[in-house]
Design a protein around this ligand. Sequence first.
Ligand code: ZN
Length: 510
Amino acid sequence: MAEIKFKLYENIFIETNVQNPDYDGVILILYPEEKNVPKPRHIGSFLDKIAAIDKHVHKAVTLWNCDYVSGGRLIISPTGKIGPYNDARVLRDAAKKGMTRALEAGCRKPLLAVQNFVDFPEGELVSILGALEALYTPLQIRERDPTNNFIRLGIHAHEKADEKFEKVVRNAIALEKARILTRDIAGGDPERMAPGKIVEYVKDSFRDVSNVSINVMDDPKKIQKEYPLLAAVSRAANHIDRHRARVLTLEYKPSDLARVTDTLILVGKGVTYDTGGADVKISGRMAGISRDKSGAAAVAGFIKACSILKPPHLKVIGVLCLCRNSIGEDSYVADELLVSRSGKTVRVTNTDAEGRFAMADSVFKMSELADKELNPHIYTIATLTGHAKLCYGSHSAAMDNHSARSMNHATRLQLSGTLLGEGVEVSVVRSEDLAVNVGKCKGDDLIQVDMEAKGRNHQLAAGFLIKVGGLEDKNVRYTHLDIAGSAGMPPEEPTAVPILSLCHLHKVLL
Ligand SMILES: [Zn+2]
């Protein structure tokens, strides 16, 4: 099948003139009056006029016939009041609503006007990304009808060409390409994005990309040997070829390895469907769970961003732990005693805590590999616990191990997230979050999850990964990101977090 993708390069232009006849409508983000953001020259007085006759323009998106802009259509999308507790998300939301309204109005060649706004230093980038989000069409809908919903897109910031703004636009396009890949994988249904299909899709997406290499492990015997905990989760799915586990490794390397100063290692949870296993999810709690692969999807997306923006200082290894937690006669069950890659025994206690198993052996393998890499930092990215969502709503939880915490890593990630409109909350892994994972039965090293421990589920999951991954005592930086609340649940589109935060923090952006 031909790759179904959006045209994102050839049909996006930087425009210096909001009257360019190549467009059929202009979207303007309207800031609160008291912020005194200068309005584009041609339409300033028009805006003053309509603001005088309709105070509602600061509350809802409106569309006006205006002869001073392309296509005679002006879509005004207000940010609403901006107070000291707001962040750049107000710009993202305004741009997204404005673009959505433009498409509804029939625009196919919209021109988005963005402005510098001192309160939010990355405001231009965030606004463009918000508008691009509105243009996304889910993969399976595109495969039925590959017609693009836009023909060309213009972005206007200044009346003169400007190198700095060109970088902003190039960053936005690269980030959006990365996020499309992530949304496609995370949002694909359990069959379209079964483990085998994800491998095909990712290979296709990186075909002709010379700075990324791909390795696929799909032999069940090898997976059993090298990733025994993942293999246990996959057991009931093993007899269905497309559903059985795969470990997909992507590696980004810049052209000049001598310039590399940092190695990032990202392990993503890619549970394509989670029935809960033998501890089956009941009462309709399964709906939406195909998003349980959002962590792995984000890992692939981050590598995509690197492949386009080519950061010279980074080497990146991404591991997608792909499996399906099916239910069947060969399901793994509570009470089984498994032996992890590290040699530690792990007692199964609830088959629905499969995400930590899917990643555990990869984390251990990567923690050994990290010893040989330059300045390594390991991440796990996973929709891991409902508890993270209960604690932080639609924001990600970031948890450092001792080594990453000594550099305030999660806090720095939080700051990057705030600048780009992704919410990250710092959560602290404490000694009890490690201790609770110690095996309870005589001789057991670890338990999968202590079902009695309530109230610290997302932190103790990080504790499990630290222990099973051999990261408790050694000085390798490790940060676990629980995106269960932030990845986006149907009917919302996948959010593709935390690609923006990671790209900003690790200086992937131009
Ligand atoms: Zn589960």
